[in-house]
Write a protein that binds this ligand. Structure first.
Ligand SMILES: C[S@@+](CC[C@H](N)C(=O)[O-])C[C@H]1O[C@@H](n2cnc3c(N)ncnc32)[C@H](O)[C@@H]1O
Length: 194
């Protein structure tokens, strides 16, 4: 009986993750360890808070960030129930009082209090975020893993030393450089040693 319950719960959990992956257009895949190190270093340099992770998944970025910087207020928005529940449990086990995890669509949230926005989304997700930034007149540093904002040029781009030379884009607060998307490469500067 107990094993039946475990199987049923596992199927339910897997089904939930799949459902949200298809409806949101992206899986809760965590940032790689190398990407995480670069993002944490960049956020330390920016040195501003509160910080929101737009799609915090299993907490693989917000948890190390909140642990490393107890002085920062960190908020993770995650729509998918299972990754959110996992990160929420971890947050409580680790007693991270500076971390808040909200199970909701960040597109419906008021992002105006944040000074730093982190994201690891996908092309359509970045287009939606771009519209929200313009509509809500959001002023924040934006650090985006892999995908660029369609309407702006990043202030700097770090290339991770991995198989894909994955980019991490930093859109510095106050620098709104319009992107001539069709003619320019998606990044302006790179750090090959990154
Ligand atoms: C690739 S994961 C990134 C996880 C984490 N930020 C990291 O870097 O390790 C993207 C996450 O964004 C979530 N997501 C996508 N669109 C969302 C939305 N509109 N609102 C809340 N979460 C969203 C997905 O469920 C997924 O867990």
């Amino acid at each position: 009986m107990l094993s039946l319950l475990v199987v049923a719960l596992t199927i339910l959990a897997a089904g939930s993750v799949l459902w949200f992956t298809f409806s949101l257009g992206i899986s809760p895949m965590p940032s790689s360890a190398k990407a995480r190190l670069h993002i944490l270093a960049l956020v330390g340099e920016i040195n501003a808070s509160p910080i929101a992770d737009l799609g915090s998944g299993w907490g693989s970025l917000v948890i190390p960030l909140a642990r490393r910087h107890p002085e920062f207020r960190v908020i993770g928005y995650e729509a998918s129930w299972i990754p959110w529940l996992f990160s929420f449990t971890l947050k409580h086990l680790l007693r991270l009082d500076n971390l808040t995890l909200e199970r909701r669509d960040f597109l419906q949230a008021d992002l105006s209090p944040y000074r730093v926005l982190l994201c690891y989304l996908f092309t359509t997700g970045m287009e939606r975020l771009d519209s929200k930034l313009a509509k809500d007149h959001l002023e924040a540093h934006i650090v985006s893993h892999t995908f660029a904002l369609p309407s702006r040029l990043p202030s700097t781009t770090i290339r991770i030393n991995d198989l894909y030379q994955t980019p991490i884009y930093h859109y510095r607060h106050g620098e709104n450089l319009p992107s001539p998307r069709t003619t320019s490469p998606p990044f302006r500067s790179s750090d090959p040693d990154a």
